[in-house]
Design a protein around this ligand. Structure first.
Ligand SMILES: NC(=O)c1ccc[n+]([C@@H]2O[C@H](COP(=O)([O-])OP(=O)(O)OC[C@H]3O[C@@H](n4cnc5c(N)ncnc54)[C@H](O)[C@@H]3O)[C@@H](O)[C@H]2O)c1
Length: 285
C-alpha cells in the first residue's frame, strides 16, 4: 500500500473530498487545518455587533483562526454569551459598546489596550439595525436612528481604531465594514437602511484611500439574504419571493459571511482594499 501511494503525486490526495483512504491525505488535511488556524494568530480583532447573527459567527471564526477577539455589543449579555461559545473564552473579552457613541467606542479601545497592551489591528463592523417603513410613512427618528448606528457607527469605529493604531506606531491593519446588497439596488421599505449601507460602501472606499499610507486596508462586504435574527421578521411571502431571485436557491448562513470576513482581515487578502465584495449566493434584484 505504501508503494502505491508513493507513486501518486501529492496533489492526488489533497482534495477535500478525497475518498481514496490515502494515509497521506489525512496528514495533509490536518496540516491544512493547522495552517488555517494560524492565519490570524497574534492579532487582536474588534467585532461590533458580536452578540448576534453575523457578528457572533465572525467572532467564532476569528477565534478559530487564532485571533484574540474583543466582542462589542450594546447588549452586554449577548456579548458574554458569544464569548462563552468561543475557543479558549478566557483569551477573549466581551464589552458593552454602543457604536454611535464616541465615548463608548473610546472606552472599548482603552479596555482593549489595558488587557492586551495593544489596540486592535483588525476590526469588523457588524453592528446594525433596521427600522423599516415605506418612504411616505417614514419618520425622521426612524430614518436617523438607522443612519446613526449603521453609518455613523461605522465611521466612529473606523476612525478610532485607525487613530489608535497610528498612535501605537502599528502600521498594519485591516477593517471590514458590513454593508448590504440593498446598497446597490435599494429595497422597498428600506430607504433609511439602503441609504446607510450605500454610505458604508462610499465611506469604506474613501477610508481605504486615506488609510493605505498607514498600512490599513478597508473593505466593504455586501451580504445578500442571511438567516439571522435581523431577518426573522421578514414576512413569509417576501422570503419566498427573495428565494426565487437567489441563484444558490437558499438563504445564506452567517458563517458564510464570517469566512469571507476572516479572509479579508488576514494577510491572505493583502492586495484587496477599497473593494465592495458581494456574498449573496447570486442574489439579483
Ligand atoms: N441578515 C442579513 O440578511 C443581512 C444582510 C445584509 C447586511 N446585514 C448586516 O449585517 C450586520 C449584522 O446583521 P445581523 O443580521 O447579524 O443582525 P442581528 O440583529 O442578528 O445582530 C446585530 C447586532 O448588532 C447589535 N447592535 C445594534 N445596534 C448596536 C449599537 N448601536 N452598538 C453596538 N451593537 C449594536 C445588536 O445588539 C445585535 O447583537 C448588520 O450590519 C446588518 O445590517 C445583514
Amino acid at each position: 500500500m505504501t508503494d502505491l501511494w508513493s507513486y501518486l503525486p501529492l496533489s492526488a490526495c489533497i482534495h477535500a473530498d478525497c475518498r481514496l483512504q490515502c494515509p497521506l491525505a489525512v496528514d495533509v488535511r490536518s496540516e491544512d487545518r493547522k495552517m488555517a488556524a494560524a492565519i490570524l494568530s497574534g492579532k487582536i480583532a474588534l467585532v461590533t455587533g458580536g452578540g448576534s447573527g453575523i457578528g457572533r459567527e465572525i467572532c467564532k471564526v476569528l477565534a478559530r483562526d487564532g485571533a484574540r477577539v474583543v466582542i462589542g455589543d450594546r447588549n452586554g449579555n449577548a456579548a458574554r454569551e458569544t464569548r462563552d461559545l468561543l475557543i479558549n473564552p478566557d483569551t477573549h473579552m466581551d464589552i458593552v459598546l454602543d457604536v454611535k457613541e464616541r465615548e463608548s467606542v473610546m472606552s472599548a479601545i482603552h479596555a482593549t489596550v489595558k488587557k492586551y497592551s495593544s489596540p486592535p489591528s483588525l476590526a469588523a463592523n457588524a453592528a446594525g439595525i433596521t427600522k423599516d417603513n415605506f418612504l411616505l410613512k417614514m419618520d425622521d427618528t426612524s430614518f436617523m436612528d438607522v443612519i446613526d448606528v449603521n453609518l455613523k457607527g461605522t465611521y466612529i469605529v473606523t476612525q478610532i481604531v485607525a487613530g489608535a493604531l497610528l498612535q501605537a506606531g502599528i502600521n498594519e491593519g485591516s477593517i471590514v465594514n458590513i454593508s448590504s446588497l440593498v446598497a446597490k439596488n435599494g429595497n422597498i421599505g428600506q430607504s433609511n437602511y439602503a441609504a446607510s449601507k450605500a454610505g458604508v460602501i462610499a465611506f469604506s472606499q474613501t477610508a481605504a484611500k486615506e488609510l493605505s499610507r498607514l498600512g490599513i486596508r478597508v473593505n466593504a462586504l455586501l451580504p445578500g439574504f442571511i438567516e439571522t435574527p435581523m431577518v426573522k421578521t421578514v414576512p413569509d411571502k417576501l422570503r419566498d419571493r427573495f428565494l426565487t431571485l437567489i441563484s444558490a436557491q437558499r438563504f445564506g448562513k452567517p458563517e458564510e459571511i464570517a469566512e469571507v470576513v476572516s479572509f479579508l482581515l488576514s494577510n491572505k487578502s493583502s492586495y484587496i482594499t477599497g473593494a465592495a465584495i458581494e456574498v449573496t449566493g447570486g442574489l439579483n434584484f
